[in-house]
Structure formats: structure tokens, C-alpha cells
Design a binder for this molecule. Structure first.
Ligand SMILES: Cc1cc2nc3c(=O)[nH]c(=O)nc-3n(C[C@H](O)[C@H](O)[C@H](O)COP(=O)(O)O)c2cc1C
Length: 366
């Protein structure tokens, strides 16, 4: 098994990283109730950089004090106090030799905990599939969302842009716009959750427009020398099996359209990153490489180092991102380098609540 490709440097636009291993974004609902990040979160993020990950992508951070917040105790970048609370985290990751990108997230119709506003708002008033996630302190079915007005759509775009500016001000190395996993931008992309009759609904290009407008607004706000990425998936937290109806043709449209905007990378996520995206044929990461024109981060069950290196060697991705693998071993890169054993993921880390206090109970004496 050769894993050396994991250890070569890479660039995501203006963002230079020391190797090709990233921590995937993971919500840990461990912020203060008002959305400020904590010293415990700084320790948590610094461990990944000290463990050898070249890039840390933060958990999804809510962008505004309107409808963006998805979960109680989710961190925000919606005001100056939020911004300043991220500074020790950014500084500690940098001090440990890593780079850190803030994932910007608007939960839209599947918000299950938002102290700022009462209703959940999304593209259309359609009952979300699935049930609220108990490990993020939710219970029962999702609320019936209201349709966002044109003004509320504009406010959501502004929220992303303002949060990106705050991320830049506090020293993040870039932002990743969360366009995946069933949250607001993915709700607009998906035909059954977007029944709008304005310019944001209709064919695939129209349904992608909110993502495109958000990228443009973020780029205008942060300037050119700051990395802006975009995350894409088929599956959703409330509908794991969803596939794009038009198969590879849809993938071509999605990746061409997104990479014609001023983004620096695409981040694709599937349950198993190397599997065909549509029953047979190329993986979603490879489709992003083929039809897009920017580097690709591939995510999904890549905690086997040989498999991860294979994705790079076959040029299906520029960087690989680990979720559960990084939670199991914050020093996964060093273990791989030194040939140390890698354990299986323990679901108890996230149960009953997916927060850091719960994980700490499993590591007495830390
Ligand atoms: C506890 C937990 C929280 C997550 N939160 C987010 C999130 O905030 N944003 C996001 O884009 N993906 C999130 N994900 C998905 C991961 O980024 C990743 O796609 C998923 O874990 C699959 O990768 P893996 O097989 O390496 O774990 C989360 C996953 C886990 C396990």
C-alpha cells in the first residue's frame, strides 16, 4: 500500500495546504447558547492540526440572526461577538501548522432549533421528509416551513456575505458555502422541495441560482485572495438515498455551472466517495473533476488510507476529507505516516448528544 500521495502539498486557489488530508465539517452543537465558540472548541480544532491534518473545515456555522440557525448550541458568525470568539480557534490551528476554513450554513426548512425567529423558512411550504435529529437536541417531525419572500432570500444571501467577511476579519483561510446535505441551498436545488415560480425555481439552472448568487455575493464581499469553496451532495440529512433525477447530465450541469463562478474548490460528499454516483460509472468526485474546472475535495468513508490515497492517485480528487475517521483519531495523518493502527468509529461519541461534553465522558482524564 502506498499512501505517499496523501502527504504532498496542495493548493485550493489561494489556499496552500501542507498535505491532502482535511477534516470534514462536523456539527458538534457545543457553542454557548448565544452562538459564541468556546475554549473547549479551540482545543478540539487544534488537535486536528496538531495531529497532522493540513486543513480543518469547521462545523456548519450559522450566518444570520434571521432563519439560518439549524441547531441549539450551533456556533454562529452572525455578529462581532461570534466573530471574536472564533479568534482563539483560528490562532491555535495556525499555531499547530494547519489551515482552517469556516463552513457557512443556512439550515432553511429543516431548522430544528433557532432562538432568533419562530418559523422555519425555506424555498417552499413543503413538509420536510424525515424527523428532527435527536443528537442535535431535536424531537419529532420537522416543523412545517414557510416560503421565503424575495426579501428574505436577499437577506439570506447577505447573511452569507457578511459572515464570510467576518471569517476573513478573524483570520480564517477561507470559507466553504454549505450547498449540500439538505440545507437551504440544497433545498433550492432539489425539485421536490423547491416549487417556486420566481427566478429561483423551475429547471435545474434556476434551482442552482441561489447557490450561484450566494457565491457571487460572498466573492464580492471577500475579494479575490481568499478561498471560497462550495459543498455539494446528492444525499440529505433527512433523505440519505436521494439521487439527482437527470443522473450524469445533471451532474455535468451542476459542476459546470458552479465552477463557472468564482469558487476555488468543490467539495463532494457521498456515503462512499469512490462508488459510482448513479448505479454505475464515475463517482461524484470524478464527475466534479471532469465537468468542473476547480480542485475537488472528496468525502465519504475514506478513513482507509489506501482507499483515500487511491482517490488521489486516480485523480478523482485533489484533497480527501474525513469525518468519522478524524473523530476517531484526531492524529489520523500521523498514524498513517507512522504505520500505527487505526480503530473503528465508535458511535457512542455522538450519542445521546453529538457534543464535545459527551465525547469527553468517553475519554476520562483528558
Ligand atoms: C457528527 C457529524 C456532524 C456533521 N456535521 C456536518 C456539518 O456541519 N456540515 C457538513 O457539511 N457535513 C456534516 N457532516 C457530514 C460530514 O462532513 C461527512 O460528510 C460525513 O461524516 C461522511 O464522511 P465520513 O465517512 O468520513 O464520516 C457531519 C457528520 C457527522 C458525523
Amino acid at each position: 500500500m502506498t499512501v505517499s500521495s496523501l502527504f504532498s502539498p496542495a493548493a485550493l486557489g489561494p489556499l496552500q495546504i501542507a498535505n491532502r488530508m482535511a477534516v470534514a465539517p462536523m456539527t458538534r452543537v457545543s457553542a454557548l447558547a448565544d452562538g459564541r465558540a468556546t475554549p473547549r472548541m479551540a482545543e478540539y480544532y487544534a488537535e486536528f492540526a496538531a495531529g497532522g491534518f493540513g486543513l480543518v473545515i469547521t462545523e456548519g456555522i450559522y450566518t444570520d440572526r434571521a432563519f439560518a440557525q439549524g441547531y441549539l448550541h450551533q456556533p454562529g458568525l452572525a455578529d462581532e461577538a461570534h466573530r471574536d470568539a472564533w479568534r482563539p480557534i483560528v490562532d491555535r490551528v495556525h499555531a499547530a501548522g494547519g489551515k482552517i476554513v469556516a463552513q457557512l450554513m443556512h439550515a432553511g426548512a429543516i431548522s430544528q432549533g433557532n432562538p432568533h425567529r419562530v418559523p422555519a423558512k425555506g424555498p417552499s411550504a413543503i413538509q420536510p421528509a424525515g424527523a428532527q435529529m435527536s443528537f442535535y437536541r431535536g424531537e419529532g417531525p420537522y416543523r412545517m416551513p414557510e416560503e421565503m419572500s424575495a426579501e428574505e432570500v436577499a437577506e439570506a444571501i447577505d447573511g452569507f456575505a457578511s459572515a464570510a467577511v467576518r471569517a476573513r476579519e478573524v483570520g480564517f483561510d477561507g470559507v466553504e458555502i454549505h450547498g449540500a446535505n439538505g440545507y437551504l441551498l440544497d433545498q433550492f436545488l432539489t425539485e421536490h422541495t423547491n416549487q417556486r415560480s420566481d427566478g429561483y425555481g423551475g429547471d435545474l439552472r434556476a434551482r442552482l441560482r441561489l447557490g450561484v448568487d450566494t457565491i457571487q455575493a460572498v466573492r464580492r464581499a471577500v475579494g479575490v485572495d481568499f478561498a471560497v469553496g462550495y459543498r455539494v451532495s446528492q444525499g440529505k440529512v433527512n433523505d440519505f438515498a436521494h439521487k439527482w433525477r437527470g443522473g450524469e447530465a445533471d451532474a455535468a450541469t451542476v459542476f459546470r455551472t458552479l465552477s463557472a463562478t468564482p469558487i476555488d474548490y468543490l467539495h463532494t460528499t457521498e456515503f462512499e466517495a469512490w462508488q459510482p454516483a448513479f448505479g454505475e460509472g464515475p463517482s461524484l468526485a470524478l464527475l466534479a473533476q471532469r465537468h468542473g474546472s476547480v480542485p475537488v475535495i472528496a468525502n465519504g468513508s475514506l478513513h482507509d488510507a489506501g482507499r483515500a490515497a487511491d482517490m488521489l492517485d486516480r485523480e478523482e480528487a485533489t484533497v480527501i476529507a474525513l469525518g468519522r475517521g478524524a473523530l476517531t483519531h484526531a492524529d489520523w495523518p500521523r498514524r498513517v505516516r507512522d504505520g500505527l493502527p487505526v480503530e473503528a468509529f465508535n458511535r457512542a461519541l455522538l450519542s445521546p448528544i453529538a457534543d464535545l461534553a459527551n465525547a469527553d465522558r468517553l475519554r476520562p482524564g483528558r
